[in-house]
Design a binder for this molecule. Structure first.
Ligand code: PXP
Length: 236
């Protein structure tokens, strides 16, 4: 399994003072040097953390792959087509949310999702759809032309250590199996941390985990190199 490190919260910290520290380019470099196999950033419509100039700089400076999380917004699609990240991950976005809540409803807007991702696919950008782990969403995703799904692990992460863990975990396991049977590659992420990530090994064929908050939080105490290295070793 590979580790995509989400560095959005390095930008959150930077923006708290409005200057240039901590530097997201340096953060990306440290992540890559310590086991991160891709760098993920979410260019939100309100630009609350990562900004346009960040993605324009990162695309030139990172040595691995840039995975751009984005909503179905035309202005962000335009930026994606301009900078051409290695991959994009389509996420739902609500202005007031603290972080991405729930997966994209692909089943409920199949035509809209398919036509939104077409220019991105035509430009050679790999497309992933961030969905809840249900058969309905997986089946719909397989009809869009996207190559990947990213399973939302938030419910599992919240249920970890409770009587609801098994049900949430099985939803991930079953969805990953179905997705691969339908020809999709499978990533996962959201809420994964140093305690709950180990069960991802029980899911066959998982390609990459995208992890942000727990790594950046740990980095405050241990430093970013240690935080990334420890996570990379846990998922290797
Ligand atoms: N994957 C997606 C699609 C996300 O939106 C996020 C949060 O930005 C993550 C993964 C990472 O989640 P976390 O910060 O909880 O590790």
């Amino acid at each position: 399994m590979l580790l995509g490190v989400n560095i959005d919260h390095v930008a959150t910290l930077r923006n708290a003072r409005g200057g240039s520290e901590p530097d997201v380019v340096q953060a990306a470099y440290i992540c890559e040097q310590n086991g991160g196999t891709s760098i993920t950033t979410h260019l939100r419509e309100d630009r609350r953390h990562i900004k346009d100039e960040d993605v324009r700089t990162l695309i030139k400076t990172i040595n691995t792959k840039l995975n751009l999380e984005m909503a179905m917004a035309e202005d962000i699609q335009k930026i994606a087509l301009e900078i051409k990240p290695y991959s994009i991950c389509l996420v739902p976005e609500k202005r007031q949310e603290i972080t991405t809540e729930g997966g994209l409803d692909v089943a409920g807007q199949l035509e809209k999702v398919s036509s939104f991702i077409k220019p991105l696919l035509d430009a050679g950008i790999i497309v992933s759809l961030f969905i809840d782990p249900t058969a309905e969403q997986v089946q719909a995703s397989a009809k869009t032309g996207a190559q990947f799904i990213e399973m939302h692990t938030g419910t599992y992460s919240e249920a970890f250590g409770t009587e609801k863990e098994e049900e949430a975990f099985n939803a991930l396991k079953n969805s990953a199996k179905l997705a691969q049977e339908l020809g999709l590659k499978v990533n996962a992420g959201h809420g994964l941390n140093y305690e709950n990530v180990h069960r991802m090994h029980e899911i066959e064929g998982l390609y990459e985990l995208n992890i942000g908050h727990s790594i950046i939080s740990r980095a405050v105490f241990t430093g970013l190199p240690e935080a990334v290295k420890t996570m990379a070793n846990l998922i290797k």
